[in-house]
Design a protein around this ligand. Structure first.
Ligand SMILES: *Cc1c(COP(=O)(O)O)cnc(C)c1O
Length: 461
């Protein structure tokens, strides 16, 4: 169990203090780092996003629904672009991809990573220029590689020797010379607040550095000369708060870069350090602003390149969660409130693990607040659960809600922009919720709610 979660389970909920010290103001208050930037609580008590009350949004679009703060999303794109000026910022599409988001990412001048034919199709359908895209994946099919080449995808991140052979054959056939990066497994694993550096790298992605596969792959691509080896790539994990993992990864990748130079006299132009920058899901999380990350990462690269007498390569990064995660909250309606033998209060909402699998899948922590009104009732430590036939169907493990929370109340869970709609399922034949973008007092559906007819349309009997 992670340290911050252990705290939550014992009722010590971060800097908000234990339940008996909490006041109604705490329960009604919004901790800014958890919420999209335009979200406020109006005097009358309901949350507003982009100047629109959640009461109106719930009436118009129903619940559960994801509400995306478009201004917030754009501002986070800009934060990364300006903090990492001179670098290429690839939005990691797997965190959440739909045409409207692709357009925002494009308008804000970012690049885009996709990792399947489906993601590529969405990006192309939204008019994203293929030359600004990267294509990832440990098992890209022949047809996906073909589509990527035909579309003119700007770079393909190589993940296996078989893929080098496949892409080399396809490129030869077509007489093209695609830009490629080699994904290097550097033996650093970072998840949440901790990172570990391991000697061997037991995972499906990339070419092992320690075992020599990464060096061999680079040499093979250079010697064959069919693919245009542009640089090395490393992605060490997700929800990372501490740059020391990036530091170790950078040192190892730069050393490999120096080995390649020594062996073939080639200095690779680009260094991609991947994504994984952490965001706040609870008050325990304190993410660094993009500008601080950029400063630290650029410093690490400069000193490592200096140590190896390499020119500083062009940096690229691939944030997903840190761009779209905080831009969205999920709005639910409470259906039942159950006090179980004085042990715990279960607040059931009209969605659950089908719209947010992360709590069940990763033991992730979230927070929640009463969204449609304020309350003067004392705080109550509650667990927010979904409507699925599964006892692990938990949305928020522990949260202080006002003790008068009741059926019909609206509940908002922030930080659900990344890996929630994109990982949503139809478990129990629950149709997936819509995504509604809100900006400047206006709202529009960008992904419509699924219907039972949609579900039945696939079921051809
Ligand atoms: C998932 C992934 C990312 C994005 O990770 P976030 O935690 O969303 O920032 C970036 N690059 C690669 C290669 C990934 O697999």
């Amino acid at each position: 169990m992670r340290a911050h979660e252990a705290g939550a389970l014992h009722g010590d909920h971060g800097n908000r203090g234990p339940a008996w010290l909490r006041t109604p103001e705490d329960v009604n208050g919004l901790v800014p780092q958890l919420w999209p930037r335009t979200v406020t609580r109006a005097d009358a008590g309901a949350l507003e996003i982009g100047g629109v009350s959640v009461l109106d949004l719930a009436a118009e679009y129903g619940t559960p629904a994801y509400f995306l703060d478009e201004e917030d999303l754009r501002s986070r794109c800009r934060d990364f672009a300006s903090a990492f000026a001179g670098a290429d910022v690839y939005y990691a599409g797997k965190s959440f991809l739909c045409k409207a988001v692709v357009k925002v990412v494009n308008e804000e001048g970012l690049f885009l990573d996709v990792c399947t034919g489906g993601e590529l199709a969405v990006a192309l359908a939204a008019g994203f220029p293929a030359e600004r895209m990267g294509f990832h994946g440990n098992n890209k099919s022949l047809s996906e590689l073909t589509r990527a080449l035909d579309a003119g995808v700007g770079r393909i991140i190589l993940d296996s020797f078989q893929e080098i052979d496949r892409l080399t054959a396809l490129a030869t056939e077509r007489g093209v010379r695609p830009k490629v990066l080699i994904r290097v497994t550097v033996g650093v694993e970072a998840h949440t607040h901790e990172f570990i550096a391991t000697a061997h790298e037991d995972q499906k992605f990339g070419f092992s550095l320690a075992g020599g596969a990464a060096f061999e792959a680079a040499i093979r691509v250079l010697d064959e000369g069919v693919l245009d080896l542009h640089g090395l790539h490393s992605h060490i994990g997700s929800q990372i708060f501490d740059t020391s993992g990036f530091e170790v990864a950078t040192r190892r990748v730069v050393e490999l870069q120096a080995q390649i130079r020594d062996a073939r006299g080639v200095e690779l132009a680009e260094l991609d350090l991947g994504g994984g920058f952490g965001i706040a899901y609870t008050t325990q999380d304190d993410p660094s602003p993009a500008a601080d990350l950029a400063k630290r990462i650029n410093k690490i690269i400069a000193s490592e390149c200096d140590a190896s007498s390499l020119k500083i390569p062009k940096l690229s990064i691939e944030p997903g969660r840190a761009i779209v995660g905080p831009s969205v909250f999920t709005l639910y309606e409470v259906g039942t409130v159950k006090d179980v033998d004085g042990i715990r209060t279960y607040v059931s909402v009209d969605g659950g693990m089908s719209d947010n699998i992360r709590t069940a899948l990763y033991d992730a922590s979230y927070s929640a607040t009463l969204a449609g009104r304020k309350s003067e009732a004392p705080p109550l430590l509650a667990r927010v659960v979904g409507k699925h036939c599964e006892s692990g169907d938990i949305v928020v493990k522990d949260e202080f809600l006002p003790a008068d929370v009741q059926p019909g109340d609206l509940l908002a869970v922030p930080g659900t922009g990344a890996y929630c709609r994109s990982m949503a399922s139809n478990y129990n034949h629950v149709p997936r919720p819509p995504v509604v973008a809100v900006r400047d007092g206006a709202s529009r559906v960008i992904v419509r709610r699924e219907t039972e007819d949609d579900l039945l349309a696939l079921d051809v009997g």
